[in-house]
Design a protein around this ligand. Structure first.
Ligand code: ATP
Ligand code: MG
Length: 553
């Protein structure tokens, strides 16, 4: 796939490991927690993990980090698998689950207890917090820290057997309560949670923590480079501690990179869930969501998302990336690959008085200005057409290069016309423009030398069809909607969705396949809605405008 850019420090590390023979096959993994949909930040992580494996002839596992059954569902699992595949990646072998290692992890917990490296602690959560100390003050040893191995083995077995209430006891590693690294202050390995698990049913009432599970799972799977985001940097000593103290079959290493935070965007599953739960958006895959399935429904392409992930590089700092870069990548891809079509969003009727009432002229137009391979489309021309109301004025100055009374304009892919008069309703609103065609102007300038000022798009009234068009904009109108004290709910862009219920589309557009992308000429890039578009009821979503108008508006 795409080349790995030079600013990817992880590639440098991997190349050195391969060159030195420390690693023969590069194995990475992408470890989502199935408690929500994947978002643009996950896309970055996916492109890093799968991309590095691919670029180095290795492989990447998809492993669900399903150690918190309460918040997880099979529906999230399915959605995540679909998103990874849609992005263009295939994991190695079967999908993996942390839960399939539960027995091994438990056996290793017993091993730590037997070595005197773990103990059952009965402190309440409040007490435990107090004993833990703070960043500036060391913690204190739990009064249960010196329990005998026998007692710990007995209590752990009974925790597993379901004898104790949720939260009444935990298993902790015995490390160092005065460590400056809080993660090393006797971290929790197991907690009691009497809840059914989507994969293991009622087999378990104790569940391992992320920290106790992750490195060992990496070792079981032979992961060589366990790549995660910077917030796990302080967990690395613990990751290594477990591997040092357990008879694991391999020795993976953890590396961290900076999270992707695009401007105007939220990348926290908890907050995205809140948007869904409070009905701010229509669901996880609402086209305004920064989820992979939302971007997909919006008309973003896998290639553009991958390109963006490459463009921004991979670094060891958590910076904000301008979301305009993502939008640039989308435009660039769609400009190259989306076929052209015409759609009038705000129809105003133009009657071409010189044109026969029953004539339908079969014009044709290129699907793409510089992609002959995409062929031509049929474009019927008739006496009555719609143009956009914004493309007509009774009077205008020279800067206005559209249709003006007494002036000429070219209809895209068709004739030059000249406006003669307007018809208004009782309230004075223009309901119709009467105009005439200039003869022999298909692909030619007018013979009298009076050239049109501009080109506008149009659709035949009788041959075109109505369509619903959903105009999306950024969901947030603040650059950093959830930074610091910002309440992201206060920064929702009220214009993030406006629906045009009766736009007019050229007939070929009704036959669009769901998810097919278009450039609606002079309007932007649009996609036939993945779920709602039908030939007899066309629905299009605006992916993005033609230019970055956000900054200059
Ligand atoms: P969230 O904070 O949205 O809940 P998470 O980190 O809890 O995300 P996981 O499902 O645990 O979500 O993440 C799976 C992988 O994706 C992890 O390795 C995580 O580091 C990575 N990841 C999550 N968010 C980002 C991001 N914004 N940029 C890069 N990688 C990310
Ligand atoms: Mg996580």
């Amino acid at each position: 796939m795409d080349d790995i850019p030079a600013n990817n420090f992880l590639q440098t590390i991997i190349a050195e490991d391969l060159a030195a023979g420390r690693v023969t096959t590069v194995v990475t993994r992408f470890p989502p927690e199935p408690n929500g949909f994947l978002h643009i930040g996950h896309a970055k992580s996916i492109s890093v993990n799968f991309g590095l494996a691919q670029a180095n002839g290795g492989h990447c596992n998809l492993r669900f980090d399903d150690t918190n059954p309460e918040k997880e569902t099979p529906a999230f699992i399915e959605a995540i698998e679909e998103d990874v595949r849609w992005l263009g990646y295939q994991w190695h072998g079967e999908v993996r689950f942390a839960s399939s290692y539960f027995q091994q992890l438990y056996d290793w917990a017993v091993h730590l207890v037997e070595q005197g490296d773990a103990y059952v602690c009965d402190l309440t959560p409040d007490q435990a917090r107090e004993y833990r100390g703070t960043l500036t003050a060391p913690g204190r040893n739990s009064p249960f820290r010196d329990r005998s191995v026998e007692e710990n083995l007995d209590l752990l077995a009974r925790m597993k057997a379901g004898e104790f209430a949720d939260g009444s006891r935990v298993l902790r590693a015995k490390i160092d309560m005065s460590s400056p690294n809080m993660n090393m202050r006797d971290p929790i390995l197991y907690r009691i949670r009497k809840v059914a698990h989507h994969q293991t049913g009622n087999d378990w009432v104790i569940y391992p923590t992320y920290d106790f599970a992750h490195g060992q799972e990496d070792a079981i799977e032979g992961v060589t480079h366990s790549i995660c985001t910077l917030e796990f940097e302080d967990h690395r000593p613990l990751y290594d501690w477990f591997l040092d103290h357990l008879p694991v079959p391999a020795r993976p290493r953890q590396y961290e990179f900076g999270r992707l935070n695009p401007s105007y965007t939220i990348t926290s599953k908890r907050k995205l869930k809140q948007l869904v739960d409070e009905g701010v958006v229509a669901g996880w895959d609402d086209p305004r969501m920064p989820t992979i399935s939302g971007m997909r429904r919006r008309g973003y392409t896998p290639a553009a998302i991958r390109r963006f992930c490459d463009m921004i590089g991979t670094t060891r700092s958590d910076g904000v990336v301008d979301v305009a870069m993502l939008e640039f990548a989308i435009r660039e891809d769609l400009n190259e690959n989306a076929v052209r079509a015409m759609c009038v969003l705000n129809p105003l009727k133009v009657v071409l008085t010189d044109y026969p009432a029953d004539k339908v002229e079969r014009l044709s137009a290129a699907r793409h200005p510089n992609r002959e391979d995409l062929g031509e489309r049929d474009l019927p021309f008739t006496r009555e057409i719609y143009i956009d109301a914004d493309d007509f004025r009774e009077e205008a100055n020279k800067k206005y290069k559209r249709l003006v009374l007494g002036k000429r304009v070219r209809l895209r892919n068709a004739y030059v016309i000249e406006a003669d008069e307007v018809v208004k309703d009782d309230s004075g609103e223009i309901i119709e423009v009467r105009a005439h065609t200039i003869p022999d102007t298909l692909g030619e300038n007018p013979a009298d030398g009076i050239k049109p000022k501009g080109v506008i798009h149009w659709v035949s009234v009788s041959e075109g069809r109505p369509a619903e068009v959903r105009l999306y904009e950024r969901l947030f109108n603040h650059e950093a909607p959830d930074k610091g004290d910002n309440a992201f709910m206060d920064h929702i862009n009220p214009q993030s969705l406006s629906v045009v219920s009766r736009a007019w589309i050229e007939p070929a557009l009704a036959d669009a396949e769901p998810e097919q992308q278009f450039q609606f000429e002079r309007e932007g890039y649009f996609v036939a809605d993945r779920y709602d578009h039908r030939t007899d009821k066309p629905v299009f979503n605006r992916t993005i405008g033609l230019r970055d108008t956000w900054t200059d508006s």
